[in-house]
Design a protein around this ligand. Structure first.
Ligand code: 13P
Ligand code: SF4
Length: 317
């Protein structure tokens, strides 16, 4: 008699059969994170995609992340459980818009956040993620102007951190992070004044957080502007009773795993990315069974887009 196996067992069995490694972003549903081989931020997952021995990469994340994996591992099969999983931030700029912007600033170096299409990456000089944006910008000579795209809040953060006055920023935003407001943050801190505060630089409240900390409305020494990987590193060492977290709510799962003493609370509990949440157990099983959706990249952009991503991966190695 056959006993029914769980979807998790089915995923692991199919992954073995396909010689697939399953990568999941920190914003995935907890059950998807738990079934994956590796969970991480965009940078860590890009590095894993570049170095894996598996012949297939299954990317539980959004489309640009799977595209980045394909750029770094062009000979491997890269699958995403649904190609519909887009990114509202990546959609704020296309290659034509970037070409027009570059034409206005012919001397500038172009730094593109990985949250962009491969066609936009092909027009950039170097990519970055929220983990290494400051490092990437600092790798460019101080007197060279920079076009930074597409996130205005991350761009403002990079300007503050580097102190450079020669960075032009594209005015894009992520609808999820832009929706985490300074008012949300102030209200939560007022209700819990002893809490640590972890803020992703893509948030609408990131600039306000720095300003509020400066005028004493937020605890300056307890306000941290961090990428998702930075949040995990900081969370490991926290001893506070609570930490308020301003980013997509999927992040709370890993934070709660690395530190069970501190209670992690979302600054805005509605900050959920509908694209990240399109990856479901059913679609992950379908992906492994049927080999879909497969990432295919337009050959005319591949070489140039890969160069931008490889330059990023090499920085800080
Ligand atoms: P990370 O680069 O921190 O993984 O974030 C990716 C992302 O989509 C942020 O919204
Ligand atoms: Fe894109 Fe925002 Fe979703 Fe991240 S959270 S994948 S930036 S829409």
């Amino acid at each position: 008699q056959r006993t029914a196996i769980s979807w998790q067992e089915e995923v692991r069995r199919l992954a073995r059969e396909r010689d697939a490694v399953i990568l999941a972003h920190n914003y995935q549903e907890p059950a998807i994170q738990d079934v994956a081989d590796h969970v991480g931020d965009s940078l860590a997952l890009s590095r894993l995609a570049a170095s894996t021995d598996a012949s297939t990469i299954v990317f539980c994340g959004v489309h640009f992340m799977a595209e980045t994996a394909k750029l770094l591992s062009p000979d491997k099969t890269v699958l995403i459980p649904t190609a519909q999983a887009g990114c509202s931030l990546a959609d704020t700029i296309d290659a034509d818009q970037l070409r027009a912007w570059k034409a206005e600033h012919p001397d500038a170096a172009v730094v593109a956040y990985v949250n962009t299409s491969a066609a936009v990456k092909a027009e950039a000089d170097v990519c970055c993620t929220s983990s290494n944006a400051v490092e990437v910008v600092n790798s460019i000579p101080a007197d060279q102007p920079i076009l930074f795209l597409p996130d205005q809040f991350l761009g403002a953060h990079v300007r503050r951190q580097t102190g450079r006055g020669n960075i032009e920023v594209w005015m894009g935003e992520c609808h999820v992070h832009a929706g985490i407001s300074a008012a949300d943050l102030r209200a939560q801190v007022a209700a819990d004044p002893a809490a640590e505060v972890l803020v992703h630089p893509e948030c609408g409240c990131a600039s306000s957080a720095v300003w509020l900390a400066g005028v004493g409305d937020l605890p300056a020494e307890r306000t941290h502007i961090l990428s998702t990987a930075g949040m995990l590193d900081t969370a490991r060492g926290l001893t506070a009773k609570t930490a308020l977290v301003a980013t997509e709510i999927g992040m709370l799962h890993q934070l709660r795993k690395v530190n069970q003493q501190t209670t992690f609370l979302p600054v805005n509990p509605k900050a959920s990315c509908r694209f990240m949440k399109m990856i479901t157990p059913e679609l992950l099983v379908r992906c492994l069974r049927e080999g879909r959706d497969e990432i295919q990249l337009p050959s005319e952009v591949v070489e140039r887009a890969r160069r931008s991503v490889e330059r990023m991966v090499a920085i800080g190695k």
